[in-house]
Ligand binder design. Structure first.
Ligand code: PLP
Length: 481
């Protein structure tokens, strides 16, 4: 395939693009619990128009586009006011939660390089429920992860375990508000006390909850303290492209003061081109996501978000109650927000996911890790509201169907072969053979995932990671011929 010799007409282009979407999940159906946070058509129109209006502006140089400097500062100011910030709070707009977290970890690393130069091998302490983005940041930035178990009943960070893990090399503590998997807010106040006692930095990961939790609290829902008003919290991440319902590519990282944020900034004046100074990972930085976020926050407004929160809270309660009534399913723990996890002792939850997919619902499977069981995760959003009964009816049917059938076997010997494998001894060819045998090579993506998920669930995390890496390395290649 090359660049097309003959140009395509506009209509043909859009026909192609639409056709490409034929196999996509239908997020407009309100039957997806994750990935797309759909505010409805009216808000989407406003977002699109604002995005398009700033399609070409480039945040690389805010002196050329002071409009983007203003948008960014106003978004940070709105979030700071919403999240307990004070007059010293600063922050930046980023492409997503992962970038916000990467930057907060970089700032912590470089702050400690300056203030605690005796630390040669910096460590950060992560409860097992902390988002994978922290592991990615550690991997990119050369920081050692010290992982600690969470409370086995409520899946909140166990502050005593965090305390025991503190070493002379510790630079950063992390709490989630809420954690993605189980939707519970960690004891950030106690973590803040520990951080202050030990002279450590503390990041509150409010990527999921930062925007909505203050509204839930205003509605009378009990919400543990998690924001910048908590003593000891030195940085916080909050995604706008999740529960602020703005288009993707929108998150904020906030800091207690500019003295810490300074270590996030990167400047380079030692090359032959223009001097670079970036406040984020991106250098050329699109204006569209920022303008769209600003537009959506103003179009929905405080009252609008409160109303969305009210509907989501109700919806979450109905779904929680419905699942609690099902004798085969159990909620892993009572969540603090509109995210929840359920598991089962009697049916294969991975089969339930496949059965729900057949009925047109997308719910997300997650593997067991440490004391967190294999489970199904739901992030409830505005477009799911009103579909609770239909969802619960189909879920009950899906559970029955899953009980009636055995999980499809993987090809003979594959499961046993994998169980005995030494991940360290596995080479690329071995990985390819496994993908081939599991039906994950060549012929597109399988629809029935239960057998594969059950097998992956039983493997050590390191082997899962190697298989998933090989899979992605295989999927992303230009079509042959
Ligand atoms: C989604 C999420 C992230 C990562 O955000 P992306 O926008 O997907 O990069 C980090 N932490 C938590 C708790 C999240 O839910």
């Amino acid at each position: 395939m090359g660049i097309p010799k003959q140009r395509l007409a506009k209509e043909a282009i859009f026909q192609h693009l639409e056709a490409f979407r034929a196999q996509d999940l239908d997020w407009r159906s309100g039957r997806m619990f994750g990935y797309v946070f759909d505010p409805g058509r009216e808000v989407m129109e406003v977002a699109k128009e604002a995005y398009a209006a700033f399609l070409s502006e480039n945040g690389l140089d805010f002196t050329a586009f002071p409009s983007l400097l203003r948008l960014e500062n106003e978004l940070v100011a709105m979030a700071a006011g919403h999240l307990g910030g004070g007059p010293k709070t600063v922050g930046n707009f980023t492409s997503g939660g992962t970038e916000s977290i990467l930057l907060a970890v970089k700032a912590a690393r470089d702050f400690c390089r300056a203030k605690r130069p005796e630390i040669r091998e910096p460590e950060m302490i992560l409860p097992v429920t902390a988002h994978a983005a922290f592991h990615k940041a550690a991997h990119y930035l050369g920081i050692r992860v010290v992982q600690v178990p969470v409370n086995g009943e409520n899946f909140r960070a166990d502050v005593d375990r965090v305390r025991q893990a503190v070493s002379p090399n510790t630079i950063l503590l992390v709490g989630s508000a809420p954690s993605y998997a189980h939707g519970v807010v960690d004891p950030i106040r106690e973590l803040g006390e520990l951080a202050r006692e030990k002279g450590l930095l503390l990041h509150s990961d409010a990527c999921m909850g930062g925007f909505m939790l203050p509204y839930f609290r205003r509605l009378g829902h009990p919400v543990p303290d998690f924001d910048l008003s908590v003593p000891g919290v030195t940085s916080l991440s909050v995604d706008l492209h999740k529960y602020a319902y703005t288009p993707k590519g929108a998150s904020l990282v906030l800091y207690r003061d500019a003295g810490l944020r300074k270590y996030q900034v990167f400047a380079c004046s030692r090359w032959a081109g223009y001097s670079v100074v970036n406040n984020a990972v991106q250098s050329s930085k699109p204006g569209g996501p920022m303008a769209a976020a600003w537009a959506v926050l103003h179009f929905v407004g405080d009252e609008g978000y409160l109303e969305i929160a009210r509907r989501k809270l109700e919806s979450t309660h109905r779904i929680l109650e419905g699942i609690e009534r099902m004798k085969d399913l159990r909620i892993t723990t009572r969540p603090d927000m509109c995210l929840l996890a359920f598991t089962s002792d009697t049916v294969d939850v991975f089969r339930v996911v496949d059965e729900m997919a057949r009925r047109g619902w997308y719910i997300q499977p997650a593997f067991a890790y440490d004391n967190s069981p294999a489970h199904v995760h739901l992030s409830i959003n505005a477009s799911n509201v009103g579909r609770e009964d239909a969802f619960l009816e189909d879920l009950a049917q899906a559970v029955e169907a899953a009980k009636g059938e055995d999980t499809p076997e993987l090809p003979a010997g594959l499961e046993e072969g994998l169980a005995g494998l030494d991940p360290g001894a596995l080479d690329d060819e071995g990985l390819s053979r496994i993908l081939e045998a599991a039906g994950l090579r060549g012929q597109g993506l399988p629809r029935e995932m239960a057998g594969i998920n059950r097998t992956l669930n039983a493997l050590p995390a390191e082997l899962r990671e190697r298989l998933l890496t090989a899979f992605v390395n295989d999927v992303f290649r230009p079509e042959e011929g």
